[in-house]
Write a protein that binds this ligand. Structure first.
Ligand code: ADP
Length: 540
């Protein structure tokens, strides 16, 4: 019998507190810039953030918060939110980020389900808090993320200001050292089907994810990077950027609530942002602003796009502005980064067609993530770029079981993502669709993502969504809901002709319906279920 021998290296646990410690000690000049509610900018450096996070942890301890206690946040991306990430996670408690765009009843449900003891919120959400507070009697304290002189007028029991709470703490606090498997963060899925479910992140999974997110094949972060997470800190940890930026000592730019094209553009230019991350809808409004004003990006090198598929036209539009697209795939359940596609090194010489082909895929799995595609019987399918099946993933930052659940979600750590994908012979994955969005026409499947990607390239269309409409002969047929660019006169026929030569004939939608806008969910994704409810009968 052979026997391994133990390695003789120290085994310090991987804790989120070590990320802010590292930045404060080794990247003392690393800046954190936050846009506040009134549009002004707040600046400080990693050591300041760390000091205040420790003061917060100490104040929470004095207030009776124990390790493992869930502390909720309802806030935009800003420095106080960042302090909560590290202060709460660092002391061994759980920072539970909540999406303010969810329905108030759903927010109350989430707070009760998580048994949150305290809720920290941005002042502008005071009205929302007044609505949910009576539904959450177990919450002991409501803390407004502001100074004592900025407190909301609303009177509520157990309401205090963040700065007043912080003043009760001490900077001499020392982070506790505990097992790296301890939880540090909690995020609920959007609950598009059924009630939202909690995903409980561990210190270990969060630190490993931050390492992987920083890699050249992922976000390619370094101490000279200037990183703008437009993706919210209230959903899936802003793709891990609040952890990955201090790991690298990168400058962090937190945009607050002003996420329109003009505000984002001005912030990117003023702060010299090199890397920004967001969902496609955010980039649509930024691109509109830049193109309409014939503006240019002075510093921006890369735009990471994820959460929904990146349309081919977006790759072209960013390229025309000298910005490379990084296309990522992930889920709340995967912390979220699973796969990324990028042109490495920057390939400005690559023909457009080739660029689009690479970047329309969601790309290669990060080290740590394994993936496979399976058919209905669970049999693994070949990686040939054309066989498609249910995408399964596993790895140290993939969920094992939902918060409060008795059973793991899958066997041997495999998690069924609910996405249908192909994987090519080189290991690049491409999402065809969410299982519930794919269009089943006469026994063949049509990817709504591919149809949308073509439609979005039409110069007169601002946005488009493709859904399955019931059809008497084919079962389902594609229907396109399109939003025309303001002032454009575009007809259904123009759009349908645009598909010719770009897609198989039977993929071309049967009908185009023009709409003023598309419904988006709390994370900025088009709500296809709502569109199906409204339009599914249009062809029958
Ligand atoms: P929820 O909407 O349930 O909160 P997440 O925010 O976790 O879900 O989103 C996960 C889903 O978003 C994935 O399963 C996938 O369907 C979709 N998604 C994420 N990134 C991409 C991408 N780059 N391309 C296509 N779909 C994506």
């Amino acid at each position: 019998m052979t026997q391994t021998i133990p390695g003789l290296m120290t085994s310090a646990p991987l804790l989120v507190s070590s990320l802010i410690d590292h930045a404060a000690r080794h990247h003392r000049n690393g800046e954190i810039v936050s846009r506040l509610g009134d549009g002004s900018l707040h600046r400080y450096r990693y050591p300041d953030c760390r000091r205040r996070a420790m003061r917060l942890a100490s104040a929470l301890e004095l207030a009776g918060v124990q390790q493992g206690t869930r502390i909720a946040t309802i806030a935009w991306n800003g420095f106080r939110h960042l302090e909560l990430y590290f202060g709460v996670g660092g002391m061994g408690s759980v920072c539970h980020t909540i999406n303010p765009r969810l329905h108030p009843d759903q927010i109350a449900y989430i707070i009760r389900d998580a048994a949150d003891q305290m809720v920290f919120f941005d002042v502008e959400f005071t009205g929302l808090i007044a609505q949910i507070a009576p539904l959450c009697p177990e919450v002991r304290n409501w803390v407004a993320l502001c100074g004592t002189h900025e407190m909301p007028a609303q009177s509520m029991p157990s309401l205090e200001s963040y700065e007043a709470l912080l003043a009760t703490g001490s900077e001499d606090y020392e982070w506790p050292v505990f097992d790296e498997s301890a939880a540090c963060g909690l995020c609920y899925t959007s609950g598009t089907t059924g009630q939202p479910k909690g995903v409980l992140y561990a210190n270990r999974s969060t630190v490993l994810h931050a390492y992987a997110a920083s890699l050249p094949n992922a976000m390619n972060l370094a101490s000279h990077s200037v990183v703008l997470p437009v993706v919210p800190m209230f959903h899936v940890n802003a793709w891990g950027i609040p952890y990955a930026a201090p790991l690298n000592g990168a400058k962090l730019v937190l945009p607050g609530r002003m996420l329109d094209g003009a505000s984002l553009y001005n912030l990117i230019e003023a702060e010299g942002v090199t890397f920004a991350a967001g969902v496609p809808t955010i980039w649509l409004s930024l691109l509109e602003h830049v193109e309409q004003n014939s503006a240019k990006f002075a510093s921006l090198q890369e735009a990471a796009i994820g959460g929904s598929a990146c349309p081919a036209s977006m790759v072209d539009r960013f390229h025309a502005l000298g910005v490379d697209v990084v296309h990522g795939w992930g889920m709340t359940e995967t912390s979220p980064l699973g796969c990324l596609s990028r042109l490495n090194p920057r390939r400005t010489d690559l023909p457009l067609e080739e660029r689009r082909r690479i970047l329309q895929k969601q790309g290669h799995a990060l080290f740590g993530i394994d993936m496979k595609i399976v058919n209905g019987n669970g049999t693994e399918l070949p990686w040939d770029g054309s066989s498609f099946g249910d995408l399964m993933v596993r790895g140290p930052w993939v969920l094992e079981r939902y918060y409060g659940a008795d059973h793991p979600v899958g066997e041997d750590g495999w998690f069924a993502t609910g996405d249908v994908a192909t994987i090519d012979s080189n290991g690049a994955m491409q999402i065809m669709d969410r299982t519930k969005d794919i269009i089943k026409s006469g026994g063949e499947w049509i990817s709504s993502i591919d149809v949308e990607s073509i439609a979005m390239a039409h110069p007169d269309l601002l946005e488009a969504a493709c859904i399955a409409a019931e059809h008497p002969k084919w079962g389902e047929r594609p229907l396109l809901i399109a939003v025309a660019r303001p002032g454009a006169s575009v007809s259904e026929n123009d759009v349908l002709h645009f598909f010719e030569g770009k897609a198989a004939k039977w993929w071309i939608p049967d009908k185009v319906i023009f709409s003023e806008s598309l419904p988006h969910n709390a994370t900025g994704k088009v709500q296809k279920r709502e569109l199906r409810e409204r339009y599914a009968g249009q062809l029958s």
